[in-house]
Design a binder for this molecule. Structure first.
Ligand SMILES: Cc1cc2nc3c(=O)[nH]c(=O)nc-3n(C[C@H](O)[C@H](O)[C@H](O)COP(=O)(O)OP(=O)(O)OC[C@H]3O[C@@H](n4cnc5c(N)ncnc54)[C@H](O)[C@@H]3O)c2cc1C
Length: 457
């Protein structure tokens, strides 16, 4: 590096802030949502606009570093160690513009759903967000993006209409169906492997009527609730999305007193229709006699908190599978894993299918997901040395023979990303990586490596 590139100062010609280990703000700038990820990049750049992003990429090149972009740090666990890498922390780039008439939203690289969803809700609109509004649009949208409205409206990545990015060569591009269509295809499913995204435009949907809420049961009834729920699934329309979550609430002050330190099996529901219809569809579950029932008419913003996801960073490991069905013997094998005191503080079963499997015209690299149920297990170690591989492995062992795929954004550890795609899609992703980033400068999570095939291959 030249003296003017010195970290902890600004980069020449721009106001780009760059931090080195030990600089004030270093730990905050390299932090992630999972407290078990202790990522240690060589430098952290804090761009505020696309010129800063280009300057950061140029600085990384001069310093012989690779570049890893991060908006919120929710998806960092999949990326692995950051040796020899500049972390490009875009968290200042959170601008939002909403065109209500066109139902089109444009956001900056690090906008979170919480910057968008409340404003949309006031307009009777909703984005295709997931369980937590704390998640960022960038990683969520480029990895797929699944939530309460996916059965009806499809994956968020299919709602993306344009992406702006700075390439590894430092060029600012706006890509859409008509401009750099190959890159637009790759970014929608291939993730942040092809450049540093500066803005995303996407469509949102009208929500004229919504019923949502939960039936809470004592955790001891997990087996019974899961049997009833799985039997009901084939009868449910795509306007209704239900999840069953076994949840051990922590004894933390921020958890509402009525559930704090208690364990439940919770049927969560979002219905694009009236309450009486939702209750009719859910009758067999209602007849089980929930001890708490919060189902009722809501505005779209209620979907942002329905799942009661943690809002603050925590230490955890997770596992996941997409399955076509959850047979009775699998439920019977999973139920004992949900007992209070287990490090498996959450096991979630999401009804998928319908819009998850519809491929729209002009879709990208990840347009659909297989299966009818997504299972996600989350374990929190109760100390720095505690090992949670046992309980997660026990859940994996039940799911392994049933597994028909994985949702990449829920695979929170470094793996060979080729396993998420069929051979032709993977070959095309690698060819596009070679075309736009032949030196493999950009490190997305679930990495698509350069040096694969040629575009002609
Ligand atoms: C509490 C919680 C709840 C979740 N719920 C859901 C859910 O309901 N549905 C769902 O689909 N997913 C969900 N997820 C998973 C989530 O979609 C992924 O973690 C996703 O990667 C988060 O994106 P991010 O931008 O917030 O995270 P980040 O960690 O900031 O980014 C993740 C990855 O995206 C890429 N990226 C980010 N910004 C850029 C950029 N500017 N340029 C290029 N690449 C970039 C990088 O590869 C980066 O490693 C959840 C995650 C958590 C922690």
């Amino acid at each position: 590096m030249t003296p003017t590139d010195r970290p902890g100062t600004t980069s020449p010609g721009t106001d780009l802030r760059v931090l080195a280990p030990g600089d004030p703000g270093w730990n905050e700038a390299r932090a992630t949502f999972n407290l078990l990820d202790d990522q240690r990049p060589d430098l952290v750049a804090l761009p505020e606009n696309r010129d800063d992003v280009a300057a950061a990429i140029a600085l990384a090149r001069r310093a012989g570093l690779r570049v890893a972009a991060q908006g919120t740090g929710h998806g960092a666990s999949a990326r692995g160690p950051l040796d020899g890498t500049m972390l490009l922390n875009t968290s200042r780039m959170t601008e939002v513009a909403i065109d209500a008439e066109r139902r089109r939203v444009r956001v900056g690289a690090a906008a979170k759903w919480e910057h968008v969803a409340p404003r949309l809700s006031e307009l009777g609109l909703a984005g295709l967000h997931g369980s937590s509004l704390d998640v960022g649009l960038a990683g969520y949208s480029m990895g797929g993006g699944i939530g309460w409205l996916t059965r009806k409206h499809g994956l968020q990545t299919n709602a993306v209409r344009a992406i702006e990015l700075v390439t590894a060569a430092g060029e600012h591009l706006r890509v859409d169906a008509d401009h750099h269509a190959d890159l637009f295809w790759a970014l929608r499913g291939g993730g942040g492997n092809f450049g540093v995204v500066t803005a995303i435009e996407f469509d949102v949907v009208p929500v004229p009527e919504l019923t949502s809420g939960s039936y809470f049961f004592p955790v001891e009834r997990a087996r019974e609730v899961l049997h009833t729920w799985t039997a009901l699934l084939p009868t449910l329309p795509e306007e209704l999305t239900t999840w069953v979550t076994v949840l051990h609430f922590p004894p933390a002050d921020e958890v509402p007193a009525e559930v704090r330190a208690q364990s439940f099996v919770i049927l969560m529901a979002a219905h694009l229709g009236p309450e009486r219809e939702a209750r009719r569809l859910l009758k067999p579950l209602e007849e089980l006699g929930p001890i708490m029932d919060t189902l009722g008419a809501q505005s779209p913003i209620a979907l942002g908190t329905l799942a009661m996801d943690p809002e603050d960073p925590l230490p955890y490991r997770s596992t996941t599978a997409l399955v076509d069905e959850l047979p009775g013997d699998a439920i019977d094998a999973i139920a004992p894993l949900t007992a209070p005191g287990s490090p498996l503080v959450l096991i979630q079963f999401r009804h998928t299918g319908a819009g998850f499997s519809r491929r729209p015209d002009g879709a990208g690299a990840r347009a659909t997901l297989p299966g009818e149920i997504l299972v996600f297990g989350l374990a929190v170690p109760d100390g720095p040395d505690a090992d949670v591989t046992g309980p997660l492995g026990a859940l994996d062992a039940v799911l392994a023979p049933l597994k028909v795929g994985e949702y990449p954004n829920f695979v929170e550890r470094p793996v060979d990303a080729g396993r998420f795609f069929d051979d032709a899609t993977w070959a095309r992703l690698r060819a596009i990586k070679d075309a736009y980033d032949p030196g493999d400068l950009i490190r997305g999570n679930h990495h698509v490596p350069a040096g694969g095939t040629s575009l002609a291959a």
